[in-house]
Design a protein around this ligand. Structure first.
Ligand SMILES: [Zn+2]
Length: 246
């Protein structure tokens, strides 16, 4: 397995980043869970529930044809552009907490992005199906290529083939990285739209708005972690392959 762990001169740097990322991810997840829980118990000043707020935000943005549905689980809220539904989870659907309204307004932000024809959103819609396929195979293709490189190190042609196979794997993984790269600004933008609506329509008090911002920003940080993680995986694949043909 030497070929698998040998990352060359920058191996130490990779493991350092990996440990830092693990700690960062742990801190961010902990903070998000804490904030979500804390503000799930605080009722919004307006007394309005998440569904009412979403309907208000949709009509203010002149977005029609989007329906609100109840979906099981916690923090499973999402906007599905295929059937144009805003899916709200157990802790959001019909609930009037700050967390519920913030999360619902964020998902509604995605519906508004889709309907306003936001370029970044369109790009993600194109990349998403490709990335979902390449995320499953790219790492394995790279590993298989590197394995061939090492196993046939004495045979130049076969080893070279291994190098090329691993390069294909790395290119395929780049699509996954690209997906996370466009996802982060889309998520931040959806939160901005949500917070803007919360402020404009007065669903919450000023203090509550600050709390909602904390919750949505903490949730957005998990996408920053995902992006960093994808960058690190790409770095690892590049190190595994090495820059020289064997
Ligand atoms: Zn989102």
């Amino acid at each position: 397995m030497y070929w698998f762990y040998n990352l060359g001169d920058y191996g130490g740097l990779f493991y350092l980043f990996a440990i830092a990322l693990m700690i960062w991810s742990f801190i961010i997840q902990g903070r998000l869970n804490r904030l979500v829980k804390k503000y799930s118990d605080v009722r919004a000043a307006s007394g309005k529930d998440a569904n009412t707020c979403v309907r208000e935000m949709l009509s203010a943005n002149e977005v029609y044809g989007v329906t609100i549905q109840h979906t099981g689980g916690n923090m499973t809220d999402n906007y599905n552009p295929k059937n144009e539904t805003i899916n709200l989870s157990d802790t959001t659907y019909g609930k009037d907490s700050i967390t519920a309204i913030a999360v619902a307004a964020h998902e509604c932000g995605h519906a508004c992005q889709a309907h306003s024809g936001m370029l970044m959103y369109k790009i993600r819609q194109i990349i998403a199906p490709v990335a979902s396929v390449t995320s499953k195979i790219s790492v394995w293709i790279t590993i298989a290529g590197v394995f061939v490189m090492y196993a046939a190190s004495k045979n130049y042609e076969v080893s070279n083939l291994g190098y090329n196979i691993s390069t294909i794997g790395i290119v395929l993984y780049s699509v996954v990285f690209l997906f996370y790269l466009v996802t982060l600004p889309i998520e931040r933008n959806a939160s901005k739209r949500g917070l803007q609506a919360m402020k404009e329509f007065g669903w919450v008090s000023d203090d509550q708005l600050r709390a909602a911002k904390k919750v949505l920003w903490a949730a957005g940080d998990t996408y920053a972690v995902a992006l960093a993680s994808a960058a690190l995986t790409l770095f690892r694949l590049l190190l595994m392959r090495g820059s020289r043909r064997r």
